[in-house]
Design a protein around this ligand. Structure first.
Ligand code: FES
Length: 57
């Protein structure tokens, strides 16, 4: 599933960046893939994915 259409990032890529310890925040997810939010529609989804990964199971 695409999370960010502007940059073609899918949920697996976002999850991989988080799981590999490369991204502890939404901003770091974008930085990991050398991009910045353009339209901004995906930011809340990326933020929620980071938060979900950080909260205890
Ligand atoms: Fe991610 Fe537009 S969908 S910046």
């Amino acid at each position: 599933m695409y999370v960010c259409l502007c940059h073609g990032l899918n949920d697996r890529q976002v999850r991989a960046a988080i799981d590999e310890g490369q991204a502890g925040s939404a901003a770091e997810v974008y930085r990991h893939y050398s991009c910045k939010p353009q339209c901004g529609k995906c930011v809340s989804t990326v933020h929620d994915m980071v938060r979900a990964a950080q909260s205890p199971a």
